[in-house]
Design a protein around this ligand. Structure first.
Ligand SMILES: [Fe+2]
Ligand SMILES: [Fe+2]
Ligand SMILES: [Fe+2]
Ligand SMILES: [Fe+2]
Length: 412
């Protein structure tokens, strides 16, 4: 295949509506991973809310669906997933939980195409009778979309609390909440669209959720997402979300992408390759969203289990990027940034040229930023000091040729 057809193919891949939708699904999956595995909370909320919206709010199905996927994004960074806290029955006092609707709406609003979804996210814990949070708004002051997400959210939690009666108890409780915490018309639409159809049993089966999600994504109306804009803008916001997880990593993904591009230019990458490397750099720590802050923040040495969780993050980056048809080919460029040239890295222990070139570049960019930015566990070094370290580990941690070219990062 010559270069021109290859480029056209690439554009075609990025032009499909699926890239945006699949990025959203992957992001919500990342938010729903914890040390124990995948929780599928956001997916189930999105599926139930989307179906209810088809009946009640047909011109806003997209907005409701995206709000469902991202409704708990503001709770990112909790020690334990918000779902576990919700079903624990303990009073919710953690400030992150109390603020997660506001915080989530603020994050999602950064993508203009999600402005309406942000509003629903803000209201997903508001109650029809005014007893909810964060504003205690009530009745007709609430958006229908917010109430649809609320009913789906409550359903998911109830199904986890009462898992063994085919959803009977959950349904009983939702019906009781009609007119108190939930808008009656929304409960009615939910019953007609979901609870009183065969879908209600399907959506209770965790194994069925990936195929239900695939179906739902294929059905969603297109979002205009033309490469490179606003696709790049979307990926930039994603990088910000990844970094927002943790106060010490603010701006990390953007800097890694920028250092990576600088080094790649130095060794003669062309425009297309630079663009792809930038995207891989922006998303290299995607899998880190699932690492609890209690581990990321830990000042002292990590124990075996904690290490295992940290070391799982690049593999999860690969898994998430593999969910996105248009970004699959970048999965190991992004996820290979902790492989070492001498084969002693992780997760695959690849060595030398087995590691994709882009990953070897990002490995240097990642280490360079880790050394020169403020982190909890180490003092930050000057650019020159970090350069010395890169040179010292040329041939062991880093590709020796690239380590030489990397001088462009610290010698201006
Ligand atoms: Fe929530
Ligand atoms: Fe939730
Ligand atoms: Fe990493
Ligand atoms: Fe990183």
């Amino acid at each position: 295949m010559n270069a021109i057809t290859k480029r056209q193919e690439m554009l075609k891949v990025f032009d499909t509506r699926q890239v945006f939708n699949e990025l959203m699904a992957a992001l919500s999956m990342a938010l729903d991973m914890d040390a124990r595995g995948k929780l599928y909370h956001a997916w189930r909320v999105a599926l139930v809310a989307g179906l209810t919206a088809e009946l009640m709010l047909p011109d806003k199905v997209n907005d409701v669906f995206y709000a469902g996927l991202l409704h708990d994004i503001g709770a990112m960074g909790l020690d334990d997933h918000i779902v576990h806290q919700m079903i624990s029955g303990e009073p919710l006092t953690d400030p992150i939980i109390l603020e997660h609707s506001d915080r989530g709406a603020a994050i999602v609003k950064e993508l203009p195409v999600l402005a309406e979804a942000a509003l629903y996210i803000l209201e997903h814990h508001e109650h029809w009778d005014g007893t909810g949070t964060p504003a205690g708004r009530k009745g007709p002051d609430l958006t229908v979309g917010g109430q649809i997400v609320a009913v789906a959210d409550q359903l998911d939690i109830l199904l986890r609390l009462y898992p063994r009666d085919e959803g009977k108890k959950a349904l009983e409780i939702i019906k009781k909440r009609s007119g108190t915490s939930l808008m009656p018309e929304v409960v009615e639409a939910f019953l007609a669209a979901v609870a009183e159809t065969p879908y209600y049993q399907k959506v209770q089966n965790y194994n069925a959720l990936p195929s239900l999600m695939e179906e739902a994504l294929n059905k969603l109306p297109p979002i205009s997402c033309v490469h490179p804009q606003p696709f790049k803008a979307t990926v930039r916001v994603f990088a910000k979300i990844i970094d927002a997880k943790h106060k010490y990593t603010a701006g990390h993904s953007h800097r890694v992408a920028a250092y990576g591009v600088k080094l790649a230019k130095e060794i003669g990458y062309g425009e297309d390759q630079l663009e792809e490397l930038e995207i891989a750099g922006l998303l290299h720590d995607f899998g880190k969203i699932s690492v609890p802050n209690r581990i990321l923040d830990k000042a002292g040495p990590l124990d075996e289990d904690e290490f295992a969780v940290i070391r799982a993050h690049p593999g999860r980056t690969a898994e998430l990027l593999n969910m996105i048809e248009g970004l699959k080919h970048l999965a190991w460029i992004a996820a290979g940034h902790h492989e070492r040239y001498d084969g002693r890295g992780y997760p695959l222990k690849l060595a030398g040229e087995e590691i994709p070139l882009g990953a070897r570049i990002l490995c240097i960019a990642d280490a360079f930023d880790a050394m020169t930015s403020n982190r909890s566990y180490q003092r930050n070094r000057s650019f020159e000091e970090a350069g010395e370290v890169i040179k010292k580990y040329a041939g062991s941690q880093f590709d020796p040729e690239l380590a030489k070219a990397a001088e462009v990062l610290w010698k201006q």
